[in-house]
Design a protein around this ligand. Sequence first.
Ligand code: ATP
Ligand code: FE
Length: 332
Amino acid sequence: MNILAIESSCDDTSAAVISNGKIGSNIVAGQLIHELYGGVVPELASRAHQQNIVRVVEKALKVANITKNELNAIAFTRGPGLLGSLLVGTSFAKAMALALEIPLIEVNHMQAHVLAHFIDDPKPTFPFLCLTVSGGHTQIVLIKDYATMEVLGETQDDAVGEAFDKTAKLLGLPYPGGPLVDKYAQLGNPLAYEFPLSEMPQYQFSFSGIKTSILYFLKKRVTENPNFIAENLNDICASVQHTLVRMVLQKLRKAARELNIKEVAIAGGVSANSGLRKTLHEMGEKENWHVYIPDFQYCTDNAGMIAIAAHFKSLKGDFSNQEVSPLPRMEW
Ligand code: ATP
Ligand code: FE
């Protein structure tokens, strides 16, 4: 069984091929245009997807050494994501499935972030807990099987990826700033500055408070010393990152203890963060967890994760018809 998978939910155009559960290719074309605007501009993202998609799909087939006629199904991200971006991938997948007379498989982008853990070994065993940390989500999810996932708690405002990106913007770093905050944080002192942790009930998160406190902190320090940011960039990034990582991992530990679950994973773009990866490993050792952290290429948006999710759906015969349309707010 060969499946071509397409991901176009935000600003990365990606295609992957999976053959009998093994990834044969995973091609990602990012969109540099958004850097000029300091964030993703939805209309420009849709246009860039249209420009890139044929090239990206052709490359995915070539790298996997599979021809169009050897494909047995086409998978695509149905949601959640930006409507215009999702429409490009959905329409492309539908047209290709129609032309090749093969079935379609719709995939939920957030489920796919979690199922990326089943691409390589070691693989988690059910039930496991997954902290999904990305540009649009911050959730603690109980994964019961490949298709049954329950959100135990989530952010009530910004996602942690947004908190990273907004911090970067306040520091004058280009978009997307999360990876840059990570880079400078590795050279700084995480205890140089203190930012308040939010107090939220149960497994809920909030990141709007810390964003405001960083803003006021920077305003005050820059008034005293106009070169404050340039002179202390590493320490500021390290301190902010330390706080954000503590906020998410404290809740993950609470959930794991209360549910008595020892299989613990992270997923989504922010799971690429070096501070989060390191601290999770340390916490896992203390708590006796089996910890699962995705390979870097499967953390941020990629079609490889769509392909593995589609593989499990194909085994159950779970296909979509040609009337399917995108769901920008698709639930788990
Ligand atoms: P969602 O998956 O919720 O729909 P998305 O698809 O836009 O959102 P992802 O591609 O999964 O998000 O993740 C992108 C986010 O991850 C951005 O906010 C980016 O800054 C953040 N990110 C990526 N790498 C790092 C890193 N090393 N440190 C911190 N944040 C990072
Ligand atoms: Fe994503």
